[in-house]
Design a protein around this ligand. Structure first.
Ligand SMILES: CC(C)(COP(=O)(O)OP(=O)(O)OC[C@H]1O[C@@H](n2cnc3c(N)ncnc32)[C@H](O)[C@@H]1OP(=O)(O)O)[C@@H](O)C(=O)NCCC(=O)NCCS
Length: 165
């Protein structure tokens, strides 16, 4: 078995990233996960990936004899944005790892790599939207994200570039 590595995502990764978008959209293990095509047919989710790569998009793939997970971000506008929008200069991230490889540290490695990329690109912060009950929330909290907005069970979290924890 080869080493696990994290590398930048490119246009050939879009079909895999779409399946990861489906995993993050329907994160509950007891619910059926939409296919990549299904999730890209739903404008609520497709907005996170359609037309990849747009200027400002950045993504990472974890792989080991095949793709295991993806984390990526995109900037949005006041006029057109998703759930975790905070400001036009604050990209929103999405992340998922294939079900059979969760809980092995891959998500944390992807997240750390993506946060480093956002700092290198000079963004003042990075945001995301997570359901209150999603255990991924603990990963975000331990990575410096704070909750800034609660819309029902959808929480918007932000990690500031100059955060102190
Ligand atoms: C969230 C996700 C990307 C994390 O990736 P991962 O490789 O499983 O995470 P890691 O192994 O790096 O664990 C990091 C932390 O996540 C937390 N965590 C994430 N999912 C968890 C779960 N199902 N149960 C318990 N803890 C979980 C833990 O706090 C863990 O911290 P620890 O290692 O200090 O205990 C992955 O579980 C996933 O794909 N989930 C489904 C899609 C999803 O919910 N995406 C996010 C939508 S906002």
């Amino acid at each position: 078995m080869g080493d696990l590595r994290i590398r930048p995502a490119n246009v050939e990764d879009v079909p895999f990233v779409a399946t990861m978008l489906g995993e993050s959209a329907v994160w509950r293990p007891d619910k059926p996960t939409p296919s990549g095509d299904e999730v890209m047919a739903d404008p609520r989710y497709a907005m996170y990936l359609a037309g990849w790569p747009r200027p400002g998009d950045h993504g990472l793939i974890a792989e080991q004899d095949g793709s295991l997970g993806a984390a990526w971000y995109r900037t949005f506008t006041e006029a057109s944005h998703g759930y975790g929008f905070v400001a036009e200069d604050v990209p929103e991230l999405a992340i998922a790892v294939i079900a059979s490889r969760r809980g092995q540290g891959i998500g944390r490695r992807l997240l750390v790599g993506l946060l480093d990329a956002s700092l290198a690109q000079g963004y003042p912060a990075i945001s995301l939207s997570v359901r209150e009950a999603n255990p991924a929330r603990r990963l975000y909290e331990s990575s410096g994200f704070v909750t800034i907005k609660k819309h029902g069970t959808s929480w918007t979290m932000v990690r500031y570039a100059n955060h102190s924890n």
